[in-house]
Design a protein around this ligand. Structure first.
Ligand code: SF4
Length: 423
C-alpha cells in the first residue's frame, strides 16, 4: 500500500509531503523524508513497551487492564500529582490529559517548560509579530537563524520553507535570499548562510539590544564580540529587505537571560516593522509541542505549568513547571505521557521521579519507563493512529494512520483512566 502526503510526526517542521509504503503490516519504505523521519517510520515496531507494573522491585508484564486499574488507583490516592509530557502526541490526547489533571487536582506541564516556555513568557509580555512558513517561502528575502541549527535539528526546514524553495515572490530561490546565522559557534547551518556572526556566549541579549539601538540612531560600539561597523551594516540589511524573518532556538531560550533574550528579539522585530515587514518564528522541537501549548490554552487559559489543586487553573512557571516541582520533591505521583524526562531533566528531578509512583504512557521503552512503577504502551500517533498536530508556526495538520496496531492510542488510554478514576 502506498500512502502519499503523509505528515511526519517528529519535529516542528511537520513536513506533509512524506510517502510511506507498507507491506505485511510493516513500513517497508519511506520517501521524501529526512534521516530522522525515516528512522521513526521504519523502526516503529522496535523497542516497544509492554504493560508492566513494578512488583518486588521488578517490572513484570501484566494485562493492560491491570496496568490501567493500578494507574487510576495511584492517581486517585495522590495528594499532589503531576502530569507531564504531551509534545509527542496528538491534540485529543492532550485535551484528555487536561481533563484528567482537573479531575485529580494535578499540576500539568508540557515540554515547552524546558524549551520554548521563555518564548511564550516573552510574547505574553510584549506580543509577537508572527507569520506562517508559507509566507516565508513565498515572500522572505532575508532569513536570520539565531541560536538554532536547522541543518541538524530541522533538516527539511531549509528546502521546504526558508532557504532554497522558489515561492510566489521568491522565484529565484536561494539566489534571491540573504541568509544570516547568529550563533556562538559555526555549525552546518552557518555553511548554508551568506553571513555568519559569531556571538560571545551569553551575550545575545546585548547584541539584540545593540541592533535596536542602531535602528534608533545610537552607536553602542563593539558588542558581544561583533564590531560596531558590522552591527550597523547588518542593521541596514535588515531595514532594507522586503520581508525579513528571524527563526530562533534554544541558543536564545535556554541561555542566561532566557525570556529576556526573546523579549529583546521580539522588540527588535517590532522596531524593524517601522522600516519594513519583519516576522519571528520559534523553531519548535517536538512535532506537537505547539499543539500542547494551544490545547492547554484553550482548556485552561494558560499554555503550560498549570496547577489545578484549588479546583481552578493557576499558572506559574517556576512554581508549577515539572522540573521545579520534581527538584523540590513536591509531587507524590507522576503521569508521564509521550516524553522521556529522565533522559533530559537534571539529576535531582529524575531522582524524585524514581522515588514516587511514576506512570509512563509511551509507545517505546525509554529511560523514564525503566524507573517507572507502571508502564502503559500506546500506539504511535501519525503512524499507528490518526490525530491533529500543530506546526511550529501554529498551523494545524492532520496526522494519518498507515499501520494497524495492537496498542491503544493515548486518547483511548486516557479516556479509560478517567473512567476508572471517576468510578
Ligand atoms: S524535517 Fe522534521 S518533520 Fe520534516 S521529515 Fe524531517 S523530522 Fe520529519
Amino acid at each position: 500500500m502506498i500512502y502519499k502526503n503523509i505528515v511526519c510526526p517528529l519535529c516542528g517542521c511537520l513536513c506533509d509531503d512524506i510517502e510511506v509504503v507498507t507491506e505485511n503490516g510493516r513500513v517497508a519504505d519511506v520517501k521524501n523524508a529526512c534521516a530522522f523521519s525515516k528512522s521513526k517510520f521504519l523502526n516503529h515496531a522496535k523497542d516497544r513497551a509492554k504493560p508492566r507494573i513494578k512488583k518486588n522491585g521488578k517490572l513484570v508484564e501484566v494485562p493492560i487492564e491491570e496496568a490501567l486499574d493500578e494507574a487510576a488507583e495511584v492517581l486517585k490516592k495522590a495528594d499532589f500529582p503531576l502530569i507531564y509530557g504531551l509534545s509527542s502526541t496528538e491534540t485529543d490526547a492532550q485535551r484528555l490529559a487536561v481533563e484528567l489533571a482537573e479531575l485529580i487536582g494535578a499540576s500539568i506541564d508540557n515540554t515547552s517548560s524546558v524549551c520554548h516556555g521563555p518564548t511564550i513568557q516573552a510574547a505574553q509580555d510584549c506580543g509577537a509579530a508572527k507569520c506562517t512558513l508559507g509566507e516565508v517561502k513565498n515572500r522572505a528575502d532575508l532569513v536570520i537563524f539565531w541560536g538554532c541549527n536547522p541543518a541538524e535539528a530541522h533538516i527539511k526546514h531549509a528546502t521546504r520553507y526558508s532557504i532554497t524553495p522558489r515561492g510566489l515572490y521568491t522565484e529565484s530561490g536561494k539566489k534571491g535570499r540573504e541568509i544570516m546565522h547568529m550563533d556562538v559557534r559555526e555549525t552546518k547551518t552557518s555553511k548554508m548562510a551568506n553571513i555568519f556572526v559569531k556571538v560571545e556566549p551569553g551575550q545575545d541579549y546585548e547584541l539584540l539590544s545593540a541592533f535596536r539601538a542602531v535602528l534608533k540612531g545610537y552607536d553602542g560600539g563593539d558588542v558581544a564580540g561583533v564590531p560596531s561597523e558590522t552591527i550597523k551594516q547588518l542593521a541596514e540589511k535588515m531595514k532594507s529587505c522586503k520581508f525579513g524573518v528571524i527563526f530562533f532556538g534554544l541558543g536564545l531560550t535556554m541561555t542566561g537571560g532566557k525570556h529576556m533574550n526573546i523579549n529583546a528579539a521580539l522588540r527588535l522585530v517590532r522596531d524593524l516593522n517601522d522600516h519594513t515587514k519583519f516576522a519571528i518564528i520559534p523553531m519548535r522541537g517536538h512535532y506537537n509541542v505547539s499543539g500542547a501549548n494551544d490545547v492547554m490554552t484553550w482548556c485552561t487559559g494558560y499554555p503550560y505549568a498549570v496547577n489545578f489543586s484549588k479546583g481552578y487553573p493557576v499558572y506559574n512557571p517556576g512554581e508549577f513547571s515539572a522540573v521545579d516541582i520534581l527538584a523540590r520533591g513536591e509531587c507524590d505521583a507522576a503521569l508521564i505521557i509521550a516524553s522521556d524526562p529522565v533522559a533530559h531533566f537534571p539529576a535531582q528531578a529524575s531522582k524524585h521521579l524514581a522515588k514516587i509512583p511514576t506512570i509512563v504512557i509511551d509507545p517505546k521503552i525509554s529511560l523514564t519507563s525503566l524507573i517507572a512503577k507502571i508502564v502503559i504502551p500506546s500506539a504511535i500517533a501519525g503512524i499507528e493512529c490518526d490525530g491533529t498536530a500543530y506546526r511550529m508556526d501554529g498551523i494545524p495538520l492532520r496526522l494519518r494512520k498507515v499501520i494497524d496496531s495492537e496498542f491503544l492510542p493515548d486518547r483511548e488510554i486516557l479516556k479509560k483512566i478517567i473512567e476508572k478514576v471517576k468510578a
